[in-house]
Design a protein around this ligand. Structure first.
Ligand SMILES: *Cc1c(COP(=O)(O)O)cnc(C)c1O
Length: 385
């Protein structure tokens, strides 16, 4: 098969399975309302959980940062891209979250890839929750380390895998809050299971950081767990973009030598670092935002349960409505959009086969009336299929 045939076949396979992915050019997708082709929708698809992506204080911090430092960092952190602002943000994150060191990366994807690729080598073992994010599983799959997947949120399953022979180190990998189900990992018991086998835990808290825990410190803090490696990202509740890996001093020094995503990639623009810093101020002071988010979640769950929709275990901003069938999920999504509610149908391979769903994300920016409008639209859509 040549490349043209392979591409044609790949596209046709996706179309046949109702799994074809398309982007839409949206006007302002990071707001309570979004606009698409001249029509306004209530936005239930954004990961900007606290509504900070358009916060005027954070926008101003970015603008002032750009006026002062320009728009690009000018190089990798190993050359001249690591500025005093980068260093101050790393120090702040480390102090705030109780780690010796933090290292900034340009994205959560890069942080996971960089950290796992640098740490896990031949003879090592990576034990990953089977529902882990693509960035974690892909890093593990590309690593010369052995990859084993444990049952979702199952510490006993992790403990069993951690008893298999392994000449090198073991790294357990999970998420604080799962991106497609919104459920939380039992971090202390997972940590215990891997520690008993002499291994380390990496927690990717992309969806917990900022949104949950005291002052928004995230899942691990909330559960009193201190994983050896904590990945926090700034594109979700922080509302900006970028990520950091938190770890002990020697681990950070090791990553600085061997994490290629740090060494061979341009550092975050300093103005963006200023915006992240301003967003952290809002997050630390954001108990009221988090309380509003919790109220919106409770209102939605109560209403959706009354309508008879099958809700998952999630107590977080991510509220999946499990549909199962791809075509049905697409139709339901379409139906809700017709009624002015924008949410995303998520299909395999992003979720397991037969696990198609509508992924609803709630934010602190939603009004009570918005939640009620979503419930009303769901009521109308009910039985549509
Ligand atoms: C979004 C996400 C990432 C990727 O983070 P980016 O900063 O968007 O690259 C990593 N892990 C999880 C669990 C995520 O949901």
């Amino acid at each position: 098969m040549d490349w043209a045939q392979k591409i044609d076949l790949g596209l046709r396979e996706r179309q046949g399975a109702d799994a074809y992915r398309q982007r839409r050019a949206i006007t302002d997708g990071n707001h309570r309302l979004l606009e698409y082709q001249g029509r306004r929708y209530l936005n239930f698809s954004s990961n900007d959980y606290l509504g900070l992506a358009r916060d005027p204080r954070i926008v101003a911090a970015w603008q002032q940062g750009a006026a002062r430092h320009g728009v690009g960092s000018g190089g990798s952190g190993h050359v001249t891209g690591h500025s005093a602002c980068h260093q101050a943000l790393e120090q702040r994150l480390a102090d705030w979250l109780g780690y010796e060191r933090a290292l900034l990366f340009t994205s959560g994807y890069a942080a996971n890839q960089g950290a796992i690729a640098a740490l896990a080598g031949a003879g090592d073992q990576i034990l990953a929750d089977k529902l882990s994010h693509a960035s974690l599983l892909e890093a593990a799959a590309h690593s010369p380390a052995q990859l084993r997947r444990f049952h979702h949120n199952d510490a006993a399953s992790l403990a069993r895998l951690a008893q298999t022979a392994c000449a090198g180190g073991r790294l357990a990998v999970t998420e604080g809050v799962f991106s497609m189900d919104g459920d939380a990992a039992p971090l202390p018991s997972l940590h215990q299971a891997i520690r008993d086998a002499g291994g380390w835990l990496l927690v990717d808290d992309a969806h917990g950081f900022g949104a949950i825990g005291e002052q928004g410190r995230g899942s691990a803090w909330q559960q009193g767990c201190h994983p050896e490696l904590l990945v926090v990202t700034f594109g979700k509740a922080v509302g900006v973009g970028g990520a950091a890996v938190l770890c002990a001093r020697p681990v950070a020094e090791y990553l600085l030598q061997f994490a290629r995503h740090l060494i061979y990639s341009t550092a975050l623009p300093p103005a963006q670092v200023c915006a992240i810093n301003a967003s952290l101020d809002a997050i630390v002071a954001g108990d009221e935002l988090r309380a509003r988010l919790r109220r919106n979640i409770a209102r939605f769950r109560h209403g959706a349960a009354e309508l008879g929709y099958p809700l998952g275990q999630s107590g977080t901003a991510i509220q999946p409505l499990l549909v199962g069938d791809n075509a049905l999920a697409l139709r339901l999504g379409e139906r809700l959009r017709e009624q002015g509610c924008w949410l995303t149908a998520i299909r395999p391979p992003t979720v397991p086969p037969g696990g198609a769903r509508l992924r609803i994300t709630l934010t602190a920016a939603h009004h009570e009336a918005d939640i009620d409008a979503l419930l009303e639209a769901l009521d109308h859509a009910h039985g549509y299929a």
